[in-house]
Design a protein around this ligand. Structure first.
Ligand code: FPP
Ligand code: MG
Length: 334
């Protein structure tokens, strides 16, 4: 039972992205299922439940594409991909507890389906499994990159907790947070793909930046979703605002609105005064002050920067898939 409905055009784009790595995705899925086998009945249930809403697997796809762009996919690539997908899964399970969210990928989140205690412990277990797969990659640079992802995810989340509930949050603060909480995971996927096939230093650098810029697009798109009326994304909209989380559309609108209009919104944010009426007023304020257009324009800029990082690679179907990948990150509607 896959709950999220995919629009045909975008589904087609995903199929195009996956095409040159179909065989490797199968290998990844087989090894992944093997790694998640457990005798613990609760973990088994959670693992089966996670399979129902397993998402688009963009991160392992990026690992596999980057590896194959530079060589032949190895066991080390597969374990790197499993490790990254698992650290991502663990972070989302914990994130829904931190954000007090009850829906993920069109299903009740783990904290909603079970409870917070189960979600924290299951997330811990999956995180440990991720590290174990990192070790199985038998490459200390890969393991180092995975540990670095874990540190940055938590660093970014703590920064967010500390800073984003204040109307004075700047665009620089926003970029620092999204680099840590989202972009580094994508840049590490591309880097680890390259490391797993011993790509040269120059290629590793370009892969890293490709993932970084594509990751920034992904987060901006996610932040735009919060302002949309789209019910296809499989998680509630307006959640960031309700939580007092200020993202680029609102940062821009606050910077550019006139003082009187801005003052009232800032007061609601500082007092965490988020009634349904105030939330819809904030959405209107962001729309009227160009916050959505600005974020969209920035996202396009980063997509183009990501694609430019591929200039030094030979033109082939792998590179074409990476270009589709960057396109998907900013055009997805789920
Ligand atoms: C989604 O962001 C969440 C993240 C990008 C990272 C969350 C990280 C943690 C909670 C730290 C835990 C880390 C480990 C290694 C277990 P979002 O809340 O903006 O997006 P959403 O709408 O998808 O929830
Ligand atoms: Mg969240």
């Amino acid at each position: 039972m896959q709950i999220i409905s995919f629009t045909p055009v975008l589904m087609n784009l995903i199929e195009k992205i996956r095409k040159p790595i179909e065989k490797e995705i199968e290998q990844f899925e087989k090894s992944s299922t093997e790694e998640l086998k457990t005798e613990n009945p609760l973990l088994k249930n959670i693992s089966n439940y996670l399979q129902l809403g397993k998402g688009k697997q963009l991160r392992p796809i990026l690992v596999l594409l980057s590896a194959k762009l530079c060589g032949e996919v190895t066991e080390s690539t597969i374990y790197g991909a499993i490790s990254l997908e698992l650290i991502h899964t663990a972070s989302l399970i914990h994130d829904d507890v931190v954000d007090n969210t009850f829906q993920r990928r069109g299903l009740p989140s783990i904290n909603a389906q079970w409870n917070n205690k189960v979600a924290i412990l299951a997330g811990d277990h999956i995180l440990s499994k991720s590290l174990s797969c990192g070790i199985k990659s038998q490459n200390t640079r890969i393991l180092e990159a995975i540990a670095n992802v874990g540190m940055n995810l938590t660093d970014g989340e703590l920064l967010q907790l500390d800073k984003v509930q204040h109307a004075q949050l700047t665009e620089d603060d926003y970029f620092e947070i999204i680099h840590k909480k989202t972009a580094l995971l994508f840049s590490s996927c591309a880097l680890i793909g390259g490391l797993s096939v011993k790509a040269d230093k120059d290629s590793l650098m370009h892969l890293f930046h490709f993932g970084e810029y594509a990751g920034i697009c992904f987060q901006m798109k996610d932040d735009l979703f919060d302002y949309s009326e789209n019910n296809k994304i499989g998680k509630p909209t307006r959640n960031d605002i309700k939580d007092g989380k200020i993202t680029l559309p609102l940062i821009y609108a606050l910077k550019n609105a006139d003082e009187s209009q801005k003052h009232e919104i800032e007061k609601w944010i500082e007092n965490k005064d988020f009634s349904d009426f105030h939330i819809e007023e904030i959405v209107k304020f962001v729309r009227e002050n160009g916050g959505l257009e600005y974020t969209f324009q920035k996202m396009e800029e980063y997509k183009n920067k990501a694609i430019e990082e591929l200039n030094s690679f030979a033109d082939n179907e792998l590179k074409q898939s990476m270009i589709f990948f960057a396109d998907f990150m900013s055009n997805r509607d789920f």
